[in-house]
Design a protein around this ligand. Structure first.
Ligand SMILES: [Zn+2]
Ligand SMILES: [Zn+2]
Length: 260
């Protein structure tokens, strides 16, 4: 029986390899000569390695004291706010700073971020506000995280399509089983789009102005709190904080009053 050693790249007899019961062939991957030479090398440079490690640890500790961390990609000290939360690392922070991540991910998927400016005339804003007031819902949704929700339900496809044309968002069609009931169309902008839209139409809202204000406030305060917590996007659970929970229940109460 022979085996190739990846260290010296030579084919040697199995007896030239040390025993290792957990390995499939019961032998160490590298030959005795390679293992020995590695041990000798390590012993000669042990002090050097130890010094290097302790120097790095001291540097990390020094930066940690002033709220900084060394980015492992650009090797620059960055404030801890510039790192994403990560449970895989002992310090709870990712390895790369935000600007390194941005550069990397731009290179991987060079997709321009969608421009979310909605261009509406004042008349259109007032008209959309009227539709949202009469036929719509403004609320805070929750799936894995919170999102701003604006719904408009109507049986007239023309109205729903106009909304999509002017603002964007998606249309959902819900057919009814009863022959006298018309098909209902739902229009729903995305979270970010909904927030931009609410900002535009809020002055014209009569019935849903309170909900809208709360929804906009919820996400403004949440994003501020996220930033203060160092952009720890994935560790931040806003529903556990009382001020956010109370906004969610306020919006719910307002919407309930409208239905009854
Ligand atoms: Zn070898
Ligand atoms: Zn970096």
């Amino acid at each position: 029986m022979t085996k190739r050693c990846p260290g010296c790249d030579q084919v040697k007899a199995l007896d030239d390899f040390g025993r290792r019961t957990v390995a499939p062939d019961g032998r160490h991957p590298r030959c005795f000569a390679c293992v020995t030479s590695y041990k000798v090398y390590w012993r000669q440079h042990r002090a050097e390695f130890a010094e290097k490690t302790s120097r790095r640890r001291m540097l990390v500790a020094q930066y940690k004291e002033v709220g900084m961390k060394l980015c492992s990609r650009c090797k620059e000290p960055r404030p801890i706010q510039a790192f994403l939360a990560s449970r895989q690392h002992r310090d709870g922070l990712g390895k790369w700073c935000f600007s390194c991540r941005r550069v990397y991910w731009r290179g991987v998927s060079p997709r321009p971020r969608q421009d979310l400016r909605i261009v509406l005339s004042e008349t259109e804003k007032a008209y959309i506000a009227g539709i949202v007031d009469g036929e719509g819902t403004v609320s805070i949704g929750f799936t894995s995280t919170h999102c701003a929700r604006v719904y408009v339900a109507n049986t007239n496809m023309k109205l729903i399509e106009w909304l999509q044309r002017r603002v964007g968002g998606r249309i959902k069609t819900v057919p009814r089983s009863h022959p006298n009931h018309k098909t209902v169309y739902y229009w729903r902008p995305s979270h970010r789009l909904a927030l931009v839209l609410l900002g535009e139409i809020r002055p014209y809202l009569v019935i849903k102005d309170q909900q809208s204000e709360l929804v906009v406030r919820f996400f403004r305060e949440r994003d501020e709190a996220r930033l203060q917590l160092g952009g720890k996007k994935f560790l931040f659970k806003e529903n556990l904080l009382p001020q956010f929970a109370s906004i969610v229940s306020d919006v719910r109460a307002l919407n309930k009053r409208g239905v009854i």
